[in-house]
Design a protein around this ligand. Structure first.
Ligand code: PHE
Length: 347
């Protein structure tokens, strides 16, 4: 005969029940809620309950049913969790991969160039991006009417229309200005490279930008020769582009070097046979160079009778475009992840 205390016994049992696994939880469910389970059995015998107890017994059975349903729901959840916990505790499992990011291609190329020159004793020097006329032009032997001193080519912040002075504030157009600052401070021997951002007033296109990056080099000592300049740059080209690369020097002009030259390397795409990248010449121009003009030495307090030097300068974007065969300069500045992610394997 069913009575309140019997139902309460089951209520206590259900409250205290803790399954070991999903299987024992399922057995618990069948025992209480199954077709032939305890609760169904109570309902089946409900008609035998005396009328004055029906209300109380009915409520107790419903209480038991609700409790069992709730217990099953919470126990199912916590069993699932602890099973997952079990999985996480397996320290032999391999980790989830995550994105580590990567260096910008310009940084990769800059670091590689720096490392090549530092192996032969060049040290890195840096200077301000906002400069004055003296360090960007005057001390580098630019004639007063040189077009670079025009607003069309240079971004001026302040400009005296009459004279070229230290008060002409501008964004540096090359990192040769850093080398002027090194010469002001340091006595020869000087062996330095200056990487950095430079600015020119140019329309933005696939081949030109108003901001780009350079690395310029300067070597001043006794008896520095053009042969040393050529060997140094030949060494660089082979280290960077591979031992099979050939170089050639063409005469050129820069205000701060005399004689001046531009250096070409064999076209990386056609190997020198001629293609549309090298405009069917077989050669690609990569840098400007020359022997430091004696004027530049004496403007900066270095005895030009005693010392000679060479200088060179290259655009990092141009070198990176050749290395990775990139055909649009603007890609370097857009920071599109689809572009940048392609370099994350490099260092
Ligand atoms: N300063 C030059 C430029 O910006 C590059 C260069 C440097 C050329 C040193 C010769 C010697 O184009």
């Amino acid at each position: 005969m069913m009575n309140i205390s019997e139902i309460e016994k089951y209520i206590n049992e259900a409250q205290d029940f803790l399954p070991e696994n999903e299987e024992s939880l399922e057995q618990f469910r069948i025992r209480f809620l199954g077709k032939k389970g305890i609760i169904q059995d109570f309902f089946r015998h409900f008609k035998e309950v005396p009328p004055d107890q029906k209300r109380e017994v009915g409520q107790k059975i419903n209480q038991l049913k609700q409790l069992v349903q709730e217990r099953i729901a919470t126990l199912q959840k916590s069993l699932g969790k602890s099973q997952r916990l079990h999985q996480y505790a397996d320290l032999t499992l391999s980790g989830d991969p995550f994105d580590t990011g990567g260096r910008h291609p310009l940084s990769i190329v800059r670091n590689e160039i720096i490392s090549i020159f530092s192996r032969i004793g060049f040290v890195v020097s840096e200077g301000p991006e906002i400069e004055d006329d003296i360090h960007v032009f005057s001390k580098l032997n630019f004639p007063p009417d040189h077009p670079a001193r025009d607003m069309q080519d240079t971004f001026f912040i302040e400009k005296d229309p009459e004279r070229h002075t230290q008060n002409d504030v501008l964004l540096r157009t090359h990192t040769s200005s850093v080398q002027v600052r090194v010469m002001e401070k340091q006595k020869p021997p000087i062996r330095t490279i200056s990487p950095g951002r430079v600015f020119r007033n140019e329309a933005i296109s696939a081949r030109a930008h108003c901001i780009f990056h350079q690395i310029e080099g300067l070597f001043i000592d006794k008896n520095v020769s053009f042969a040393q300049l050529k060997q140094t740059l030949y060494y660089f080209a082979r280290e960077f582009f591979g031992q099979d690369i050939n170089v050639r020097f063409r005469p050129s002009y820069f205000p701060f070097t005399e004689p001046s030259a531009e250096m070409d390397i064999t076209c990386l795409l056609c190997g020198g046979k001629g293609c549309n990248v090298c405009k069917y010449t077989g050669w690609l121009e990569i840098l400007g160079c020359g022997m430091v003009d004696p004027n530049v030495l004496s403007f900066n307090g270095i005895d030009s009778e005693k010392y000679t030097g060479f200088a060179f300068g290259m655009g990092i974007e141009r070198i990176a475009m050749l290395k990775y065969q990139i055909n649009d300069l603007r890609l370097f500045f857009e920071n599109d992840l689809r572009f940048l992610e392609q370099f994350s394997q490099d260092y």
